[in-house]
Design a protein around this ligand. Structure first.
Ligand SMILES: N[C@@H](CCC[C@H](N)C(=O)O)C(=O)O
Length: 285
């Protein structure tokens, strides 16, 4: 008689969040296979799964001297190249694991290498690299030259927006009142426009003061989130570039506050903010 196949070992995970942007973190170091799109969707389901905006994987480093690397999948199973809140959570996870010192270290993402500083009490600062405004590299089609403000007519709705890549694509719309912003209509409209061939995360930003903005983000592959770290970087970069705000700002998101500093156009941009462990679990495959 043929022997029954042994059931697959449960998949251990950590549930975490950064300013309300929540994650299932999987440890793939040592060769564990990455989740496919279907498993990501099942894990992310808020009724029948664990529930999260993104699945993050901790993997072996890609560059010499980095402690580890991470990859990102949205709740719809699509892959992304960057996740700011995720980068802080990965940093906290690596410190708790003992793989990283509770000080300065570096991690690799699909977008590049990120120096990290542990600030204490679960807060981390991540070097998010240089904002990329070249339309071809965002990618944003139909505009050969970089502009501070693009104008697009989508189904007779005229939308003015800034665009930037933080490793992943972002559109940023400045609004007078973020509470009244048409997040659920303009967000998906811009995402599905042919000008953004890889879609985009769409941020709605209100300037409160030269050093403080409010932000809501309709994320690619997720919908509206409580916080988007790369979205906070993108909104700050676009508004700084326009001279609308100072070079160091607080970004108030529905789930918490992040700080963004970008000293000048030649330097890299940093993001600081909180992380939290929620629970540990095992997923029965
Ligand atoms: N929440 C993230 C961004 C996650 C990826 C994004 N939805 C995309 O598809 O690019 C953040 O904190 O940056």
């Amino acid at each position: 008689m043929a022997e029954a196949a042994a059931p697959a070992a449960p998949l251990r995970f950590s549930k975490m969040h950064g300013a309300g942007n929540d994650f299932v973190v999987l440890d793939l170091r040592g060769g564990v296979v990455a989740p496919d799109a279907q498993l990501c969707r099942r894990l992310a389901d808020r009724h029948t799964g664990v529930g999260c905006d993104q699945i993050l994987t901790v993997e072996d480093p890609l560059s010499a001297g980095a402690v580890a690397s991470y990859r990102i999948w949205n709740s719809d199973g699509s892959a992304s190249q960057q996740c700011g809140n995720g980068a802080r959570c990965i940093a906290a996870w690596l410190v708790r694991d003992g793989a990283a010192a509770d000080g300065d270290f570096a991690v690799d993402s699909p977008a590049g290498r990120h120096p990290v500083a542990a600030l204490g009490e679960g807060r981390f600062r991540i070097d998010m690299g240089r904002p990329e405004f070249d339309p071809a590299r965002i990618p944003l089609r139909g505009y050969p030259a970089r502009q501070d403000q693009y104008v697009l007519d989508v189904h007779d709705t005229v939308i003015g927006f800034g665009a930037v890549s933080m490793g992943n694509p972002h559109a940023v719309i400045e609004v007078d009142d973020v509470d009244a912003a048409p997040v659920e209509t303009i967000g998906p409209m811009l995402q599905s426009s042919q000008e953004f061939p890889e879609s985009a995360n769409v941020g709605f930003a209100q300037v409160l003061a030269p050093d403080r903005i409010r932000l809501r983000v309709y994320e690619r592959g997720v919908g509206e989130t409580l916080a988007c770290g790369s979205g906070a970087c993108a909104a700050a970069a676009v508004l700084m570039q326009r001279g609308r705000i100072q070079r160091e700002v607080a970004v108030q998101l529905p789930g918490g506050e992040l700080r963004i500093a970008w000293p000048d156009a030649e330097s890299t941009l940093s993001m600081s903010g909180p992380t939290a462990f929620v629970f540990e679990g095992e997923w029965n495959r």
